[in-house]
Design a binder for this molecule. Sequence first.
Ligand SMILES: NC(=O)c1ccc[n+]([C@@H]2O[C@H](COP(=O)([O-])OP(=O)(O)OC[C@H]3O[C@@H](n4cnc5c(N)ncnc54)[C@H](OP(=O)(O)O)[C@@H]3O)[C@@H](O)[C@H]2O)c1
Length: 291
Amino acid sequence: MILVTGANGQLGQCFQQLATDFPQMKFLFAASSDLDIGDRAAVKRFFAQHSIQCCINCAAYTAVDKAESEPVQAKRINVSGVKNLASACAALHIPLVHFSTDYVYHSHQNLPFREEDAVSPKGVYARTKLQGERAAQKAHPSGTMIIRTSWVYSIFGQNFVKTMLRLGAERPGLSVVFDQIGTPTYAPDLAEAVLGIVDRTMRGDLNQEALAGIWHYSNEGVTSWYDFAQAIFEIRQLPCKVQPIESKAYPTPAQRPPFSVLNKAKIKTQLGIAIPHWRESLVRCLNMLDR
Ligand SMILES: NC(=O)c1ccc[n+]([C@@H]2O[C@H](COP(=O)([O-])OP(=O)(O)OC[C@H]3O[C@@H](n4cnc5c(N)ncnc54)[C@H](OP(=O)(O)O)[C@@H]3O)[C@@H](O)[C@H]2O)c1
């Protein structure tokens, strides 16, 4: 059985939707009400009650700005919760797939980040996500696959694409920052890549040790939030005019990295993952929202 934690979040729902494409795998989807990953005893009990062969952790504290005033809650989920899952997986010698963020990077580098590049998280969310990576690797060094991803969106939950569609329909114009550069990730693309990897691992085509470590995944290409908004309105043919603004004109409690493009060479070459361009995936998402 493949356990998916945080199953009612944005990425968790994408795993639920894709599960039917992988009938050879049995899934156990656990929402936060089924399993609180921050509760160590509950995690132990849950793993003892079910026959789990792999855990995909979609549970996280993801409110980037709110985390500045809720550091204890963010740490409980992003650090202790992840450690609890990693310890439970280590005891059973099964793989843990965990998601982290491009926000662990923060420098004025303008070349895509490789997994081994120096990290410099700013803010509570980014720091707790990095601490969570480290806690998981310490508890389960040979079986933790950490996938750092960026700018995640889908038809589920709250995300930039859905916010832009709502505001774009309500307003004649919008200001969006053009000095934060990165790459969007269509969550179903990420979920599909992960399920392919887990399937190969369950069938013995990949061994658990080969997955251990840090990996990058986002869609291909590079953009700014301004260009991303522009593309959404262009494809949807919304007349909303987008105005580029600097981040300093839109202050937020937590700082975002000015450049966080991820280099995906490792996952593409070592695991043979094919990644669509962000614009192509954006069209697929907008078509899904039209249905
Ligand atoms: N969204 C992005 O742009 C982005 C970018 C980079 C990396 N990531 C990473 O990608 C992963 C998935 O993100 P997402 O966008 O799917 O986040 P999300 O929509 O906020 O989902 C997170 C889920 O975690 C659950 N959760 C919170 N506390 C929990 C607990 N103590 N025990 C169990 N579940 C708990 C939440 O449930 P409740 O709603 O019931 O609390 C929610 O369903 C996260 O690790 C995130 O850090 C996201």
